[in-house]
Structure formats: structure tokens, C-alpha cells
Design a binder for this molecule. Sequence first.
Ligand SMILES: Nc1nc2c(c(=O)[nH]1)N[C@H]1C(S)=C(S)[C@@H](COP(=O)(O)O)O[C@H]1N2
Ligand SMILES: [Mo]
Length: 183
Amino acid sequence: MLSLRGLLTSLLLQVFIGTAWADAELPQPQGPVLLKVSGSISQTNHGDEAHFDYAMLMAMGMHEIVTHTPWTEGLVRFEGPSGRNLLEAVDAHGSQLMVQALDGYVAEVPVSDFYQHDVILALKKNGERLRVRDRGPIIVVYPFDQKPELLTEQIRFRSVWQVASIHVWGMVVSVPTKNEKQH
Ligand SMILES: Nc1nc2c(c(=O)[nH]1)N[C@H]1C(S)=C(S)[C@@H](COP(=O)(O)O)O[C@H]1N2
Ligand SMILES: [Mo]
């Protein structure tokens, strides 16, 4: 059984972590908006949504994945912000992401994927900015070559290209640690 003290500790910890991220203000996009993030987020710049242009996404820090994918030819170098950094920038509190594409495609991506697999939101392919005709402007890329176990149908479904928006939802359940249970 979870003790009251353990429960309070984990609640306080969540409040503390929540405020620690809250001091990074989101600027206003200056260029065309590529990505809209909505739902359970605390950092916003357009009503209750967070809108990002290309420069804002680039400014998060570029991460690289060099991999083959089931839908590209040869070894490809993808670059873009990490999924984690995006979730931190909007101060996301949720367990699920509904990722929507320009073509109407929608996929459910668990937040845990972004923490377990270094998923990136690719803006560039082999050094070139992804155009809509190349499945840009944003592609959810998993490190397939580094983790061949990701080559499943389920992960292919989550590899959304032409990403336009991400909706954060779902309960974050904090699991008590073994130490807390012993009290
Ligand atoms: N925007 C968008 N992303 C998408 C899809 C799509 O239709 N539109 N199809 C998904 C599916 S079902 C798969 S298997 C992979 C690869 O699709 P492909 O083999 O048709 O290229 O992309 C995923 N991402
Ligand atoms: Mo598919």
C-alpha cells in the first residue's frame, strides 16, 4: 500500500518539477507556423496552444539520426529537435500524443517513446530542409538502425510524416517507488 507520506512526496515532487520548467517563456513565431501543440501543456503563445515556426524549432537544438527507414532509399541523415525537448518546451503533462499530419493521417504516440528511443522531429534530410513533397515539413523519426527492434508495424504507424500538430493528453500516473511502499 502507498503511504500518505509517499503520496504527498510524489505530489510535491511533481509540483516542483512543473514549476522548474515554467520559467522558459515561448516567443511568438515570426515565420509561417509549422507545428501547433495543444492539450495538456503549460507553455503557450497562441491562446491555449503553442505555435512553432522553423526558427523556433531549430533553436531547440538539432539532434541527428542516421538510419535507413522502410520508406526512404539508402542511409539517410535526419536532423531536428528531439521529441523530449519539444515536450519540455511546452511543459507537457500527459502520457499520449495524438500526432496529426497535413494529409489527415493521425497516429497515437506514447510519450514514453520520446524518452526511451531518442525520437526526433526531423526538419532536414541529408542537410536539406524537408519540403512537403518530401514528406516534410516535419517527420517523426525513430532510430531504426540503432534499435532494429523498432522495425515493427506499430512503430511504422507512429512514424508520421507531414506532421502539422500534436495534441497532448492522458493521465500521468506517478508510480510509488519501493522505498515509499515500505513506510
Ligand atoms: N502523414 C502520414 N504519415 C504516415 C502515413 C500516412 O499515410 N500519412 N502512413 C503511416 C504508415 S501506416 C506507415 S507503415 C508508414 C510508412 O508508410 P509507407 O510504407 O506507405 O511509406 O508511415 C506512416 N506515416
Ligand atoms: Mo502501414
